[in-house]
Structures are given as structure tokens and as C-alpha cells.
Design a protein. Structure first.
Length: 572
């Protein structure tokens, strides 16, 4: 036996030992539950044989029997609650075999090569990660007409959608090898039973904590949750160690597959994560706040990573690598899958409806500068001037006092930046305006470009792009609470909002008076283009004005670019 085989066998044995420890905890809990019944049987058997007779023992027998019946009823209640609980699954975009026959073929060939069961299905997640997910609990309760059905026992392979667009086919196979190898331990009956037990306890706790229960149901569910928490606390160490051993065994088994590519593939995983994070926080988030969701995020990550590699020279042999077949070619309709993953990303990380509408529309990359960047600047500039009007700040144009100008903003903020001064007063007004706009749009996150906390919406909408009409909403099991589930950024302060609004006003003035244009930087998001070149030096002069009341750095910047602060600016 080779060292790899020995290491894999050792990891599998350790995982099985931990699984048996979890099952023993379940057995001990059952033993405690039936102990009063066993004692009652012994007492009545003794009475039948003429032992332990008398009124006192009769009282003991019937008392123990009553306790036994009560404990058994409670045990049945807890067991049924755990069995009926539906563990939340990761929100994903399903990929059917008809929609990706080449991808399914690659995964099956990989499973055959590893001598493990093939995953039962494939799904995409809008994140840079891949894993196996057991959905047995859900399959058991989703048969036609509500009837229970056995379903597939093999787990679902969840693949990070950015991997498909950024990685080449061989790199994707190397990344998926240790993940697919995990189906081997998943097929072990002891490990599978232990996982079902732990997932059931976790789901029962979630059910007990769900709001909106009537008083009649709340009490028994609260007790079920308390028992489940006790058991889960006892299981925690064994469950964590079991999963660690399973991962170690899978990793050992996968070492024989594409070993030369694994290091390169892992480097691409890190690069993809860096580009994906920048794309979401710098590019997608401003669009989501405007009520627009970029419909080709995965294609965008390729552009972002291309730019990152060009700037920082992170990828050796970059041009040669791009000549190889991308993994997204394994999909029959990559554009449809990209759109579905992009909408799910918008909902997970920011919030929004399951379908497009007047205030929640897709936008492609060609439209991004006009539909997102320019609109963002002008809506923020309009809000800035509305707040100035509320504060009674006079217009600064001598020719036409009614038109908005940049000079009005600069003159108002040129005072001292001490607490209580014009900067803080204006920031508080903008914060209040944003809060009012958010409160007026409860059904959609992204009521305005400056919203600080996204709103909520029902998780029971129809299927998004790329899903069948009969499919459940991928967020259905996460409950009716507000989105997003995973916010990208903390709420912005009033000072942050003020700086954003002043910078937006400067950009509008540059576009209207100096021939500048809105643009898109793949790594930094909205960009101001002057003479076709991006100007990234505006933030510091704006901060000097907002925080210190010093207009000189900004005035020097305006003079260099050729911006006329006294000229009117078009708002929305």
C-alpha cells in the first residue's frame, strides 16, 4: 500500500470513528428517553410475579408509568420535529445535465478516475468556492403532491461560477478533484447517518427560533429547540473532527489526479477570489444601489482579472493561458447561467426581487457608464442640492439663481470643519434624506445610489433566469427575513455619504463643462474619464473640502481639468 493510500485509509477510519461517536450520542439520548419505560416494565413484571407488592409500590409503579408515557411522548415530539425539519441549503443556480452535458461528463470521468460515486447533480454558486452539499432531507419531502420519495443519496456538487469563466478546463478539473473525492466518504452509511443527525438537530433549532409561531406551537418547539441544542453541543467536537478527517481523506485520494496542475489551479483560485471581491464591491454594488443588476458578472470577472494581471503582473504566461479552452464552454448556454448567477449574487449580497421590474432592471457592461455611473452621479448631485435647499443655502449663480452649480457646494463647505459646522450639518441632512428614501421603498434594496441599509422582500418569488418554472426560489428555505443574507459592506456613515455626494457633483460638473465622460474601471468601478484617461486623484481634494473646509486642493484640481464651478449642472 502506497503512502497516499495509507493516509487516505487512516483519514477514512478516523472519520468513521467520529461518525460512530456521533451515533453513540444519539443512542445514549434514546436510551435516556426509554429508561423510564424500562423501569416501568420491570416494576410491573415484578408485581405480576408477586414481588414488590403493596399500596406504596403500586403508587410507585403508576407514577413511573406516567413519567414513562410522558417522556416517550416528548421523545416522539422531538424525533418527529428533527425528522421533519428542513435544513437550509445553500442558495444556488441548478445546472441540468441537458444544459451542461460536457460538464457532467467531466465530473463523472473524474469520479470514475477517483473510484468514488458521482455527484447526483451540479449547481452554481455566485462565490469563489466549491463544495459537496447533501440535500437528502429536502429530497425526501419534495415528491409529487407532497409524497415522500427517496431521491438521490449522493451529494450535489456546488461550483463557484467565477471559476467556470476564469479557469481553463484542465484547471477546473484539478480544483474539483478533491471536492469530488469527498463523495467516497459521503457514501459510508455511518458517516451519512451521522451527518443527517447533526443536520436535523441544526434545522430543528432553526425551526424553533423562527418567528410568527402561535403560542400553541411555540412552547413545544421551544422545548424541542432546547433539547436539540443540548445534543448539538455534545456533537460539535465530533462533527467538526469528522468533517476534517473526511476532507483530509478526500485530499489524499485526489493527489493522483492532475498533480502537476494543482499548484497552478490553486493560484488561479486565489486570483479569482481577489478579482471577484473587487468586482462585487467596486463595480456591482454601485449598480445594485441604483436599482440595476449587472447581468454578466462572471464575464465581468474575466475583464477584472485581466486588468488585475496587467497592472500587477500576477499571472505568468497570461496570454498563452487565455488561448486554452475556458471552463464556461462546458455549458450549453453560458450567458443564461451567468445571468442567473448574477441575479442570485445581487439578491444574496445586496437584496432585491427575484425578477426584473421598473426599479430592478438588468444592465450590460456597454450600458454601465450611462445607466449606472452617470445616473448615480446626477441622482446624488440632485439629492445634495435638495438638502442645501432645505438648509436655506442660496444658489451661487449670479446669472440664474435657480440653477444648481458646483460653486454653491464649495462655498458652503469652505467654512471650518469643526463639529456642528456646515460640513456636519449637510452630512446629517443627506443621511436623513437617504433614510427617508429607503423607508419609502420597502420592497427593494437600492432605492437610491446612497442608501445605507438595504430593504427586504419576500423570498417566495418565481424562478429567476436559468431555472425551470417549477423550481423553488433558491432563497426559499432561508425564511421571510430581509435581504441581503451576506452584506458586502457595513452601513455607510453620514460623512461617507457627504463625500460621495460632493465627488458626484464634481464629476457632473466635469462632464457638463469640461468634456469629461463617465466610465467603468473593472477594479475600481465608476470612473471619470478626462481626455479618454481615468482620473483617480479626485478623492483627496474632496476630503480636504469636506473634512477640513479647505477648498484650495479641489479648486486647483478643477483648474487643471478645466471645470467651471460657476456653470450650471444638469441633474436628474
Amino acid at each position: 500500500m502506497s503512502g497516499i493510500d495509507a493516509g487516505e485509509e487512516l483519514g477514512a477510519r478516523a472519520a468513521r470513528a467520529r461518525a460512530l461517536a456521533l451515533l453513540r450520542i444519539r443512542g445514549r439520548a434514546l436510551g435516556v428517553a426509554i429508561l423510564p419505560a424500562a423501569v416501568a416494565v420491570v416494576l410491573f413484571a415484578a408485581d405480576a410475579q408477586g414481588h414488590l407488592a403493596g399500596p406504596a409500590w403500586d403508587a410507585v409503579r403508576w407514577t413511573v408509568l406516567a413519567v414513562a408515557v410522558l417522556v416517550l411522548l416528548v421523545t416522539v415530539l422531538v424525533a418527529v420535529s428533527v425528522a421533519r425539519a428542513r435544513p437550509a441549503v445553500s442558495p444556488t443556480v441548478p445546472v441540468t445535465e441537458a444544459g451542461a452535458p460536457d460538464l457532467y461528463r467531466l465530473v463523472r470521468e473524474l469520479a470514475d478516475r477517483l473510484d468514488v460515486p458521482a455527484p447526483s447533480a451540479i449547481a452554481l454558486t455566485p462565490d469563489c468556492d466549491s463544495w459537496l452539499e447533501d440535500r437528502t432531507h429536502r429530497a425526501l419531502r419534495r415528491g409529487p403532491g407532497g409524497a415522500a420519495e427517496g431521491g438521490d443519496t449522493a451529494p450535489v456538487l456546488v461550483i463557484g461560477s467565477p471559476f467556470l469563466w476564469w479557469m481553463r478546463v484542465a484547471e477546473l478539473r484539478a480544483v474539483l478533484a478533491p471536492v469530488v473525492a469527498g463523495t467516497g466518504p459521503s457514501a459510508d452509511p455511518d458517516i451519512a447517518a451521522a451527518r443527517r443527525f447533526v443536520r436535523g438537530l441544526d434545522a430543528a433549532i432553526a425551526d424553533a427560533a423562527a418567528p410568527g409561531r402561535s403560542a400553541l406551537h411555540a412552547a413545544p418547539l421551544a422545548f424541542t429547540g432546547w433539547v436539540s441544542r443540548l445534543l448539538l453541543r455534545a456533537c460539535r467536537e465530533h462533527a467538526a473532527e469528522m468533517e476534517r478527517c473526511v476532507a483530509a481523506a478526500a485530499s489524499m485520494r485526489a493527489q493522483t489526479v492532475d498533480q502537476g496542475l494543482r499548484v497552478t489551479a490553486q493560484e488561479q483560485v486565489g486570483l479569482a477570489y481577489a478579482g471577484w471581491d473587487r468586482l462585487l464591491t467596486r463595480v456591482a454594488l454601485p449598480a445594485w444601489r441604483m436599482g440595476r443588476w449587472p447581468s454578466r458578472l462572471d464575464a465581468g470577472v474575466v475583464s477584472a482579472l485581466t486588468e488585475l494581471s496587467r497592472r500587477d503582473r500576477l499571472a505568468d504566461g497570461f496570454a498563452l493561458r487565455l488561448g486554452e479552452r475556458p471552463a464556461c464552454d462546458l455549458l450549453e448556454e453560458p450567458g443564461t447561467a451567468d445571468e442567473a448567477a448574477s441575479l442570485l449574487a445581487a439578491r444574496l449580497f445586496h437584496g432585491g426581487p427575484a425578477e426584473s421590474g421598473p426599479d430592478w432592471a438588468p444592465v450590460d457592461w456597454q450600458q454601465y457608464p450611462d445607466e449606472v455611473v452617470d445616473r448615480k452621479w446626477r441622482s446624488e448631485a440632485a439629492r445634495l442640492h435638495r438638502v442645501l435647499d432645505t438648509l436655506g443655502v442660496p444658489r451661487a449663480s449670479a446669472a440664474d439663481p435657480s440653477v444648481p452649480t458646483l460653486a454653491r457646494v464649495v462655498e458652503h463647505l469652505s467654512g471650518p470643519g469643526a463639529p456642528g459646522g456646515p460640513g456636519e450639518e449637510l452630512a446629517a441632512g443627506i443621511g436623513a434624506e437617504v433614510a427617508r428614501e429607503e423607508a419609502g421603498s420597502p420592497d427593494r434594496a437600492g432605492a437610491g445610489s446612497g442608501d445605507r441599509t438595504p430593504g427586504g422582500e419576500s423570498r417566495t418569488g418565481r424562478a429567476g433566469p436559468g431555472q425551470s418554472d417549477g423550481a423553488d426560489d433558491p432563497l426559499d428555505l432561508w425564511g421571510p427575513g430581509p435581504l441581503p443574507l451576506f452584506p458586502l459592506q457595513p452601513p455607510r456613515t453620514d460623512a461617507d455619504l457627504l463625500a460621495d455626494h460632493v465627488q458626484a457633483m464634481v464629476c457632473c460638473a466635469a462632464v457638463d463643462t469640461a468634456g469629461a465622460a463617465p466610465g467603468l474601471d473593472w477594479l475600481d468601478g465608476p470612473a471619470l474619464l478626462v481626455g479618454g484617461e481615468r482620473r483617480a486623484d479626485l478623492a483627496d481634494p474632496v476630503l480636504s473640502l469636506v473634512e477640513d473646509g479647505d477648498p484650495d486642493p479641489l479648486l486647483a484640481w478643477l483648474a487643471e481639468v478645466g471645470v467651471r464651478a460657476d456653470k450650471p449642472v444638469r441633474l436628474v
